[in-house]
Write a protein that binds this ligand. Sequence first.
Ligand SMILES: Cc1cc2nc3c(=O)[nH]c(=O)nc-3n(C[C@H](O)[C@H](O)[C@H](O)COP(=O)(O)OP(=O)(O)OC[C@H]3O[C@@H](n4cnc5c(N)ncnc54)[C@H](O)[C@@H]3O)c2cc1C
Length: 289
Amino acid sequence: MRSEFAYICPSSLGEALEILKDNGERARVIAGGTDLMTEIREGKLGADFLVDITRIPELRFVREEGDQICLGPLINHAELASSGLIKEGGDILGRAAQNVGSPQIRNMGTIGGNIVNASPAADTIPALVVLGAKVTLQRKGGERTLPITDLYLGPYRTVIEPQEILTEISFAKLDDGWRHSFVKLARRKALAIARINIAALAKVEGRRAKEVRVSVGSCTPTPCRMGEVEALFREEVPSVALIEEAAQRVAQEMVKRSGVRPSTEYKRPAVQGLVKKALLDVFNLSHDA
Ligand SMILES: Cc1cc2nc3c(=O)[nH]c(=O)nc-3n(C[C@H](O)[C@H](O)[C@H](O)COP(=O)(O)OP(=O)(O)OC[C@H]3O[C@@H](n4cnc5c(N)ncnc54)[C@H](O)[C@@H]3O)c2cc1C
């Protein structure tokens, strides 16, 4: 069933924020529409009008500001995957974006939509979590910037108010010492939403790990880092045994945070295996090392 709604296409951020100021409760923002069209088709829009933000030039940028990489929410997955700046200072985000859907979806779907839709399976979110990304939300007459992990209340639920638009995503550029791994388990290769996705970053100096960051998508009620597991590696020489212990602990942590569910039986060993794969990859180790 299709719902009836009006369509507005503002050409500046100021205009969009003005519209949302008085009508936010009755409106939905639309960017690429790859998530929202499903809701519209199912008659679940729950709004009187759509505010299309794709003609707002202020929301489409990739730039360097000091040690930060700053992105507008309208940057699509294909652009993320091909950006030289992202390759240089946050390649894990490009890798995650490369894993999204199909070429058509990557050309339409935006990073802003992926973040705000708050699907537990969203591919860019674990990458942004390990990058320590911040998001800026603007409303008419004000803005707030918060860590991406503070944005989420639960699956498909965020702290974003109806009057607000996500206007910027930023993270500190990684220097040369960082390695990354992005691993995704899905039902099939093409067009599949992740069952589990894992983003791992590691900084190694000499043979020792200085810092490790891990985030596992689709497995915890809200996106987060695995702090206790990351601490296992600090100043240690990474080994297969340590990685196996870490992988086991991530799986335990998932069950602790999400509780035992029908899916736990397959998810526990799957998470364990995928975390191991991601960490072996990030430390450039093989199973027999
Ligand atoms: C066939 C198919 C395959 C897919 N595969 C994957 C996949 O492999 N991995 C993956 O992560 N995703 C996948 N997706 C989901 C989707 O493509 C992404 O989540 C996409 O990034 C959403 O962006 P969008 O611009 O299309 O968002 P839209 O559909 O336009 O919006 C999504 C939500 O975000 C809100 N919104 C958008 N932009 C803003 C903003 N700037 N400020 C405030 N609110 C905003 C909208 O109101 C809406 O609630 C798939 C979708 C389809 C249809």
